[in-house]
Write a protein that binds this ligand. Structure first.
Ligand SMILES: *[C@@H]1O[C@H](CO)[C@@H](O)[C@H](O)[C@H]1NC(C)=O
Ligand SMILES: *[C@@H]1O[C@H](CO)[C@@H](O)[C@H](O)[C@H]1NC(C)=O
Ligand SMILES: *[C@@H]1O[C@H](CO)[C@@H](O)[C@H](O)[C@H]1NC(C)=O
Ligand SMILES: *[C@@H]1O[C@H](CO)[C@@H](O)[C@H](O)[C@H]1NC(C)=O
Ligand SMILES: *[C@@H]1O[C@H](CO)[C@@H](O)[C@H](O)[C@H]1NC(C)=O
Ligand SMILES: *[C@@H]1O[C@H](CO)[C@@H](O)[C@H](O)[C@H]1NC(C)=O
Length: 526
């Protein structure tokens, strides 16, 4: 069976960042200081550590997006590049394939951990999936290929932190409120011992976000009490305790205007012996963005956060000489035959329904639905910076009756600009009000068409969405279109971006093509 296709981005998909003056990296390179957030992008639940090549590796979670568990790399803790994913496909159950009406919104990868193991040269990633089982993935290189090696017999390592000790023993700290230590078998693929090591102290609202470190023979567990806006640090001379704790921070103000109190994160030692805390601040619509501050050690061997009068600094001296990384914005020409790691699908894609090459991406319709949240093969890209702008060039020559294709500001409350092809008429439409129930992720609304233009006299358009993604900003998305890629006209009014936390991911650009009538029919294109 052949399916209709349309060409996306004949001239490439351009992601331009509209306000270069607000680019944090420009400041850090120029002045020897860095600016928080170190990356104005949604990389949640960071687990940052020093790799064997004296570079830092940053593992994050991305819930229902595929591939899962993104990996970043940096030489200076400030300038980061995207190197890959630890979870090549969300293979744990059929809902991740979004078939049969099932979806896996807000499931997938969350609060996981990654480390390099010297003794066998393998990189390990461990995460609990669906609150019922933890999986171990390994790779010979951080960039992959990653493979699933083990499932840990029903143990959910909630908010887990892996530490590989000096004697090569692998320990995982995990738990919510009741914190446990598990020792893994020599290969890291099963558990040999586990016990509770401490519980939430009286007067604290519940602990999670666990990480395990060792410094100068002493073990440390970092965790936080999110409802209190507090981070605690525990120390012990053995992984099994006894543990004593100290407050690391409480209610420190975010360096991002409108952002939340620093939550979870990583303690990191640099090759020069200095220590840093990479936490994250909740700042929707953008997401959970990494923020960095120096740590010093007190005479009691507990760490002290270098906050400035109760505020996480917006700038600090750079930890290390700046080594620049590729720009996070620019134009994607799709000239390879695989997608760069910046691109993640909403759930696992149907790989038979897209093609790359010839400087274009061809998306074929993969689902018959009128619901964007149920349509497979929506290709997403994180927004970058406070005022992100995404533009695509779209050739809609080969759409079939009932098809809808375009560019969304994608989250649990979404809006889009796109072509609705119906009855031989191509209608450019601004659709707003798509919404999901933030409890069971069912669709509450498939949206309302609020503005239209008949574009049947054309077959190619440029579509653009421009967002104010600042937590302190207007939180609006505006949509534009162009027949020549130069002059853009707005379509409809502004859509409001939501800032609820339950979805756990920030807004993304979403490029979609779905059918409302039928997938089959005449073959067009490829
Ligand atoms: C998901 O789809 C892929 C590709 O079609 C298939 O190989 C895999 O078995 C499916 N996963 C599940 C859990 O059904
Ligand atoms: C490490 O521990 C030893 C023994 O407790 C102590 O003498 C030394 O000062 C410590 N080093 C650091 C860097 O804290
Ligand atoms: C901290 O606050 C004090 C008292 O308001 C002020 O004098 C000092 O300059 C502040 N320090 C910084 C680094 O902002
Ligand atoms: C690329 O273009 C050539 C020539 O038009 C065509 O034969 C080939 O199938 C195209 N490849 C893809 C992946 O579209
Ligand atoms: C399709 O267009 C034809 C011709 O303009 C019109 O007669 C017919 O009612 C339209 N059908 C629908 C479903 O809009
Ligand atoms: C959302 O889902 C929950 C759980 O199924 C249900 O109790 C609630 O009524 C739903 N909310 C809306 C607005 O439909």
């Amino acid at each position: 069976m052949r399916f209709t296709t349309f060409l996306l981005a004949l001239q490439g998909v351009a992601f331009a960042y509209s306000s270069q003056a607000l680019e944090p990296k420009a400041l850090s390179r120029a002045s020897g200081t860095f600016t928080n957030p170190v990356l104005y992008e949604d990389f949640a639940d960071n687990d940052v550590f020093l790799g064997p090549d004296n570079k830092f590796y940053f593992s994050a979670s991305n819930m229902h997006y595929s591939p899962g568990a993104p990996i970043l790399r940096s030489s200076d803790l400030v300038n980061w590049e995207f190197v890959g994913h630890s979870v090549p496909s969300l293979s744990w159950s059929t809902k991740y394939n979004m078939t049969g009406g099932e979806t896996a919104y807000r499931a997938g990868t969350w609060a996981s951990t990654m480390r390099y193991r010297k003794s066998n040269g393998l990189w390990y990633w461990i995460g609990c999936i669906d609150f019922w089982n933890s999986y171990v993935y390994t790779a010979p290189d951080a960039a992959g290929p990653w493979t699933q090696r083990a499932s840990l017999n029903g143990n959910c390592y909630y908010d887990c932190g892996l530490h590989i000790d000096d004697d090569d023993t692998m320990y995982v700290v995990h738990g919510n409120t009741q914190i446990s230590m598990s020792q893994l078998a020599p290969d890291g693929f099963s558990e040999v011992k586990s016990q509770q090591i401490f519980v939430t102290p009286p007067g604290v609202s519940g602990l999670e976000g666990n990480r395990l470190y060792k410094r100068n023979g002493t073990y440390y567990v970092l965790d936080d009490a999110p409802s209190d806006g507090a981070t605690y640090i525990w120390k012990a001379s053995s992984p099994w305790g006894p543990w004593t704790s100290k407050l690391l921070q409480k209610g420190v103000t975010s360096p991002v205007p409108g952002g939340g109190v620093p939550d979870q994160g990583s303690l990191i030692q640099t090759p020069t012996g200095d220590w840093y805390f990479m936490s994250f601040t909740w700042a929707y619509p953008s997401g959970r963005m990494p923020i960095l501050a120096p740590i010093t050690w007190g005479s009691n061997d507990f760490p002290i956060l270098s906050s400035i009068n109760g505020t996480w600094g917006t700038t600090y001296p750079s930890p290390l000489p700046i080594i620049s990384t590729p720009s996070w914005t620019g134009t994607e020409n799709f000239h390879g035959f695989s997608l760069s790691p910046q691109w993640e699908w909403n759930h696992n894609p149907d790989t038979t329904k897209f093609a790359l090459g010839n400087n274009s991406l061809v998306l074929s319709t993969a689902t018959i639905t009128s619901d964007l949240y149920k349509a497979r093969n929506t290709l997403t890209h994180r927004i970058h910076g406070p005022l992100p702008v995404g533009t695509i060039a779209l050739d809609y020559t080969s759409m079939l009756d009932g098809d809808r294709a375009g560019l969304a500001a994608f989250r649990d409350h979404s809006s889009y600009i796109g072509i609705h092809f119906l009855n031989n008429t191509y209608i450019l439409s601004f659709v707003n009000g798509m919404a999901q129930n933030s409890s069971d992720w069912s669709t509450l609304s498939t949206g309302t068409t609020l503005a239209t233009v008949d574009v049947s006299d054309k077959r190619k358009l440029w579509l653009r969405v421009s967002l104010d993604a600042r937590a302190s900003g207007s939180k609006e998305a505006k949509y534009f279109w162009s027949a020549d890629g130069v002059g853009f006209k707005q379509l409809g009014g502004a859509a409001t971006l939501n800032t609820d936390w339950q979805y756990f991911m920030g807004y993304r650009f979403g490029i979609f093509n779905f059918a409302t009538k039928g997938l089959g029919g005449q073959c067009e294109g490829y």
